[in-house]
Design a protein around this ligand. Structure first.
Ligand code: PAF
Length: 281
């Protein structure tokens, strides 16, 4: 596996692959990799003859009081795992390569509407930062296909919308959430949990599953279901941010018989903000 820090080296290698007629897949990450990320690489390798992953802790998607400074940076270990997973090229740029000027002076990408809902309501700058960096990564790598986890479902559909709106020639693929044996969705932020919190953490998934069961059994009072779920989470020790049943494709509130619904939740447990979602129908 080749590791490059500089944009020129990245472009040279990808251009050589493209000239040779190879198909390129991109897996964008912020590092601190877990099995969920490696599943993305595995899928990327099925979809293309060459695979690129990026590791870049993107400052613009963190709010002023969020965990940018403390976000785990484990480049050496991540590189070993990516090489073992059969990746061809790791792009690990410095912040100055991606943002050569202060953000206020740079072109930014925003996806209105979708970015303000759910996680966007409590993290107002987050999805603008994600859309901007992913647009830049798509332009830098010029992949044919890019692979993202469905754990960040809202992020996935925002990236799909951005790709469609900007006519970027990239196919965006979502991969089902990878979970620990007890149901906890894998996330780099699970590392923030204390031993006691780690025992409580799978309750988030269990509460969402129970809520989905009630909906499938015919209970269509979404507000009552959401309030009950938040109360259960609070009783277990979480500080719920939101629990919402929404349409999967546009995150709007459901009509009772909408075909594709998902439950979305975010809740704090200690210093970890955990998110999860699952299909209801
Ligand atoms: O999901 C992530 O790890 C990040 O939001 C992403 C897509 C790599 C953009 O920084």
């Amino acid at each position: 596996m080749q590791t490059v820090q500089h944009i020129a080296e990245l472009r040279t290698q990808v251009a050589a692959w493209k000239r040779a007629g190879e198909r390129v897949a991109l897996v964008p990450t912020m590092g601190n990799l877990h099995r969920g990320h490696l599943r993305l690489v595995e899928r990327a390798r099925q979809l293309a003859s060459r695979t690129v992953a990026s590791i870049f802790v993107n400052p613009t998607q963190f709010g002023p009081n969020e965990d940018f400074a403390g976000y785990p940076r484990t480049l050496e270990e991540d590189s070993r795992e990516l090489a073992a997973a059969g990746l061809d090229l790791l792009f690990a740029p410095e912040v100055a390569a991606i943002y050569p000027r202060p953000l206020a002076e740079m072109t930014q990408v925003s996806v209105p509407g979708l970015s303000q809902l759910l996680c966007g309501a409590s993290r107002p700058v987050h999805f603008g930062g994600v859309a901007t960096v992913v647009a830049k990564l798509f332009n830098l790598v010029q992949p044919d296909v890019a692979v993202f986890g469905e754990k960040d479902w809202q992020q996935l559909i925002i990236i799909r919308r951005m790709t469609a709106d900007l006519d970027l020639p990239v196919e965006v693929i979502g991969i089902p959430t990878v979970r620990e044996a007890d149901g906890l969705a894998m996330s780099s932020r699970n590392g923030y949990l204390s031993v006691e919190e780690r025992v409580i953490a799978p309750t988030l998934y269990a509460v969402l599953q129970a809520m989905a069961e009630r909906w499938r059994a015919g209970d269509r009072d979404s507000v009552a279901l959401e309030n009950a779920a938040k109360a259960q989470l609070a009783a277990a020790g979480f500080r719920p941010d939101y629990v919402e049943i929404r349409r999967a494709d546009d995150l709007q509130r459901p009509e009772p018989d909408h075909a594709a619904l998902r439950i979305f939740a975010a809740a704090w447990l200690g210093r970890a903000r955990l998110i999860d979602n699952l299909a209801v129908t």
